[in-house]
Design a binder for this molecule. Structure first.
Ligand code: PDD
Length: 294
C-alpha cells in the first residue's frame, strides 16, 4: 500500500508524521472523504471546494493548487492500482513546537490515502440499518461549526461510542436547541406526509455533498423537499427514514431508538437515481479525453 505524503507517493510504512504535528497534538486540520467509481473520483471538484472552504474557516493556507491536488489523488490511486476505492485527503496545520498558535507551524502536512472500497452488507440496503438519537449534542455552530470538516472529531466519536453501546450503526445528534442535526458521519432524511424532510444547514450540520445531490434528485423527481428545524418526535412519526454520505450513498433506516421503520420507496428510488447519476458522471469524465485515470 502507498500513501501520498507532502510531495510524493511513499510506501505506507514510510508514511510517518511527527509527534509535533498539530493535527496529532490539537486536531488542528481538515479532511475530505471521496469515493472512486471505475477509476473516477466522484464529485472531486465539489470535495475540493469544500476542502478549501474548511481551510478558510480555520485560516489554513493549503500548500497546493487544485490541479496539483487532483494529480496527487490520482497518483495515489494509480500507485495502489485502485479503481473502486475510497480516498481520504487530510491536511493538518503541520509540524511545530507545542503551543496553539498556528504560526508555530511553517508548512501544513498533506496526506492522501486510498483503500479498496468494500461494499456494505446487502441487508443494509434491503432492510435498512438501525440508529439511535444520541445524548451527545452536536457542536454548537458558533463554537465549532460542523460545516468545517475538521480533524477535531471527538464530538462525533462520543456519539459513535453511544451507538456502539446500543449496538446500532449510527447515532443522530441533536443541536443545542433540541432539533435534529446529523449523524456522526452522515446526514439524515425522513419522509412525512409525502414530504422529504432534512435538517437545514442552519441547524449546524455538514452540508454533505451526497445530501445536496439527493435533494436535487428528489426535486427533479417531483418529491417536495423541506429543509428546516425538526424535532425527534417528527422523526419518530416518519413513514420512512434514510441517511446519506459519500461512501454509503443512500442507506435506508429500519429503526430509530424503539421505533421501527420499513426500508421505503423514496429511499429506494433515490438510491437508484443516485447510482444513475454516478454512472453518468463517470461516463462524462471518461469522455473528456486524455485523463488522469488512465
Ligand atoms: N463523512 N455529516 C458528517 C458529520 C460527516 O462526517 C459526513 C461525511 C457527512 C456526509 O457528507 P458527504 O455526503 O459529503 O460525504 C455528514 C465522511 C464520509 C467521513 O467522515 O469519512
Amino acid at each position: 500500500m502507498f500513501v501520498y505524503l507532502n510531495n510524493k507517493v511513499v510506501p505506507a510504512a514510510e508514511a510517518k508524521v511527527s509527534v509535533f504535528d498539530h493535527g496529532f497534538l490539537y486536531g488542528d486540520g481538515i479532511y475530505e472523504t471521496m469515493r472512486v467509481y471505475d477509476g473516477v473520483v466522484f464529485m472531486l471538484d465539489e470535495h475540493l471546494e469544500r476542502l478549501y472552504r474548511s481551510a478558510s474557516f480555520i485560516g489554513l493556507d493549503i500548500p497546493k493548487k487544485i490541479p496539483d491536488i487532483k494529480i496527487a489523488v490520482y497518483e495515489t490511486l494509480q500507485a495502489n492500482k485502485l479503481t473502486g476505492a475510497y480516498v481520504r485527503l487530510t491536511i493538518s496545520r503541520g509540524y511545530g513546537p507545542i503551543g496553539l498558535d498556528p504560526d508555530l507551524c511553517k508548512e501544513p502536512t498533506f496526506v492522501v490515502m486510498a483503500n479498496e472500497f468494500k461494499n456494505y452488507p446487502k441487508p443494509y440496503y434491503e432492510e435498512g440499518i438501525k440508529l439511535i438519537i444520541s445524548s451527545v449534542t452536536r457542536n454548537f455552530k458558533e463554537a465549532l461549526n460542523p460545516q468545517i470538516k475538521s480533524l477535531n472529531f471527538l464530538n462525533n466519536i462520543l456519539a459513535k461510542i453511544e451507538a456502539k453501546q446500543a449496538d446500532v450503526y449510527e447515532a443522530i445528534m441533536l443541536n443545542a436547541a433540541g432539533h435534529l442535526a446529523e449523524g456522526t458521519i452522515s446526514n439524515i432524511f425522513f419522509v412525512k406526509d409525502g414530504i422529504l424532510c432534512t435538517p437545514s444547514v442552519e441547524c449546524g450540520i455538514l452540508d454533505g455533498i451526497t445530501r445536496g445531490i439527493v435533494i436535487d434528485l428528489a426535486v427533479k423527481n417531483g418529491i417536495e423537499v423541506k429543509e428546516g428545524a425538526f424535532t425527534p418526535d417528527e422523526l419518530y412519526g416518519a413513514s420512512e427514514v434514510f441517511i446519506t454520505n459519500t461512501t454509503m450513498e443512500v442507506m435506508p433506516v429500519r429503526g430509530v431508538d424503539k421505533k421501527e421503520f420499513k426500508a421505503g420507496d423514496i429511499a429506494r428510488l433515490l438510491l437508484k437515481k443516485y447510482r444513475h447519476e454516478v454512472d453518468g458522471y463517470v461516463k462524462e469524465k471518461k469522455g473528456e479525453g486524455p485523463s488522469l485515470w488512465e
